[in-house]
Each structure stands twice: as structure tokens, then as C-alpha cells.
Design a protein around this ligand. Structure first.
Ligand code: HMG
Ligand code: MG
Length: 302
């Protein structure tokens, strides 16, 4: 088996990780989290989202957070924009990349962004165009690529359908997301392959929530098909407010440990990453969800 020699991780902790928190997390804490992630060597960070504050109050401080982060050259800062209103608000914050987010499930599309898959693509098209005109890169997230909390199992064809539509409007790369963490390796490979029918191997990333404890296995399965871009959350933070019961993304610490053990380069300093995870876990008053962080913190304490 030939695995990729290096992997690029987008830490989505400040966005996916924190969006589900009920208590408001101060902008200063989000800013420090971003700082600590880049200190740990993360080259891509999903910082916030420009969505309706009525839908996701935790992200209402988007502009403040974007204004407060210390931009480092070589680091890409991305934000979610579901529509033109979101894009217009985001553009003032000068993100390097915007993310339009759709779903392979009609029911989830309705619950999450209040429109059908076809309508979502119609909304995204002018956003993508405006981003390209402004020289901002465009990523597309595809939720529920293996399972949906409302529709159950999702066929790979549905992933291919959305990937093709996103490609058609100019989206440059896509995230194949297992929003509720129900996927297992072969199913995840099929979902990735459906996206790979429309995007190159450099343009498809894996975004696995760890609800059922399968995310690391699914990461390995993705590496086996050559995928080398992943999203994960420091300390395993997160969940989607419109996917009840779904827990956080796979912990970045766990992915980095897996990759380091396999001799795959990430450019990430695991010790500093663990410190970043400890910082946000302390703030939230909860233990980290990262098994690797727990193990290494115990070792440190000893
Ligand atoms: P809508 O109600 O259909 O939108 O919501 P609307 O255009 O009818 O507008 C309704 C109100 O929202 C208006 O305000 C608009 O101004 C305002 P009002 O007149 O009532 O005061 N509005 C906005 N405000 C701020 N920013 C905006 C914006 N757009 C409209 N961009 C909408 C549609 C998409 C806005 C709404 O459904 C929404 O905000 N959804 C948020 C969904 C979300 O953030 N989900 C979590 C992120 S996705 C995710 O976590 C999955 C991912 O991680 C991958 C995976 O794991 O699957 C990416
Ligand atoms: Mg997610």
C-alpha cells in the first residue's frame, strides 16, 4: 500500500468546533485559539462563518475574530459563506478562501441552509463568481456523504451529483463530510470516489466526525485512495447544530499522531497542538476529546 508522503490538515476547530457551543465563547479566546493553532504549524485554519446569527449565534462575532487574528504568511484562513449576504460581509474581513456548504441529502440541506440542493447551487453560483472576481479561493463542503440524520444511508451517486454541480459553478475543491460520523471505511471510500469522479486527488478532502469512533479508520481508508487533505478539530471539538447527536470532528491531535506514526509529513508540532487543545478545553471546562492528547498529557504529568 502506497500512502501519500505528506498530508495537509485544515483545523476547523474555531468554526466547526465552536459553532455548537451553547455558551458564547469570547472572540479573544477564538483569536488565541487561532494563534495557537498556527504556532503549532497549522497552515490552514477555518476561522468562522458568515451565517445568520439567529441560526448560529456563536458565529456572530465573525468580523471581530477575523479582525483580531494575526495573519501569518503561508497560512490560509477560510470562512463559511452560505449566500451572497454572507459573502459580502465576509469579504471585508479578507479571507483567503470561502466555503459554500451543501449536502448530499435533501432533508439535511433543508434543515441546515433552508433550501433544496438545487436551490443551494443557485445561491452558491453568484457567491463563487464574486469570490473568483475578488481573487478569493472557493471550497465546497458536502455534508452527509455517507449518512443523514433524517434520510439514513446516502448513496455515493448523491455525492457525485452534488460534486458535479459544485464543479459546474466553479468550486475549486470539495470536502467530503461524514457529518454524523456513521461512515465506515468502504462506504467512505465510495463517497470519496464519487467526488473524485469530478475533482482531482489534490482537490478532495476528508472531513470526518467521530460520533461512532470510526473517523481514524476512515482517515486511513481515505489515505488508501490517495486523499491527502483532511479537516479535523483540535481537541475533537464540535458538532453541527442541525445534526442532532453528532459529536465533534476527529481530533487533530489523533490524526497527527496517526500520520507521524506512519512517517507521513504534516509540518505540525504535536506538543504545541496538544497545548492548543488544552487551552480551549480549559476554557470550555471539559476534558479534551482527543485520545492522543489524554495519553500524552498523562505521560507529561508523570
Ligand atoms: P434563511 O432564513 O433561508 O435566509 O436562512 P433568508 O435569506 O430568508 O434570510 C433570513 C434572515 O437571515 C434575514 O434576517 C437575513 O438578513 C438573515 P432578518 O430579516 O430575519 O433579520 N441572513 C443572514 N444574516 C447573516 N449572514 C448571512 C445571512 N443570510 C441571511 N449569511 C441561511 C438561510 C443559510 C442564512 C441560514 O439557514 C443559516 O444561517 N444557516 C446556518 C447553517 C450553519 O451555519 N450550519 C453549520 C455549518 S455547516 C456544517 O457544520 C457542516 C460542515 O462542517 C460539513 C459537515 O460536517 O457536514 C461544513
Ligand atoms: Mg462538520
Amino acid at each position: 500500500m502506497k500512502y501519500p508522503a505528506r498530508v495537509k490538515i485544515i483545523d476547523v476547530g474555531p468554526r466547526d468546533g465552536l459553532q455548537n457551543e451553547k455558551q458564547p465563547v469570547p472572540a479573544a479566546v477564538k483569536i488565541e485559539l487561532v494563534q495557537r493553532l498556527q504556532d503549532a504549524g497549522l497552515k490552514e485554519i477555518e476561522v468562522t462563518s458568515y451565517v445568520s446569527p439567529k441560526w448560529v449565534p456563536q458565529m456572530a462575532d465573525n468580523a471581530e475574530v477575523m479582525a483580531g487574528i494575526e495573519r501569518r504568511s503561508g497560512v490560509l484562513y477560510s470562512v463559511l459563506t452560505p449566500n451572497l449576504k454572507g459573502f459580502e460581509a465576509a469579504v471585508a474581513s479578507k479571507p483567503d478562501e470561502i466555503v459554500v456548504f451543501g449536502a448530499a441529502s435533501e432533508a439535511f440541506s433543508q434543515k441546515n441552509i433552508n433550501c433544496s440542493i438545487a436551490e443551494s447551487i443557485e445561491r452558491f453560483a453568484p457567491v463563487v463568481q464574486a469570490a473568483m472576481d475578488a481573487g478569493i479561493a472557493v471550497r465546497g463542503a458536502i455534508s452527509c456523504t455517507v449518512g443523514c440524520p433524517y434520510e439514513g444511508e446516502i448513496a455515493p451517486e448523491k455525492v457525485g451529483y452534488v460534486a458535479q454541480l459544485m464543479k459546474g459553478i466553479g468550486v475549486q475543491r470539495v470536502d467530503v463530510a461524514d457529518t454524523i460520523g456513521v461512515g465506515t471505511p468502504i462506504k467512505v471510500q465510495k463517497a470519496l470516489e464519487a467526488a473524485l469522479a469530478h475533482f482531482s486527488i489534490d482537490q478532495v478532502s476528508g472531513h470526518f466526525h467521530d460520533t461512532y469512533g470510526q473517523a481514524l479508520s476512515n482517515t486511513l481508508a481515505a489515505l488508501e485512495v490517495g486523499v491527502w487533505n483532511f479537516q479535523s478539530s483540535v481537541a475533537g471539538l464540535g458538532g453541527c447544530p442541525y445534526a442532532k447527536g453528532a459529536t465533534g470532528n476527529v481530533a487533530t491531535e489523533d490524526v497527527v499522531y496517526l500520520l507521524q506514526g506512519m512517517g507521513i509529513e504534516t509540518g505540525i508540532d504535536l506538543d504545541k497542538l496538544i497545548d492548543a487543545g488544552q487551552f480551549i478545553s480549559d476554557h470550555l471546562g471539559r476534558p479534551t476529546q482527543s485520545r492522543v492528547a489524554k495519553a500524552l498529557l498523562t505521560k507529561r504529568a508523570g
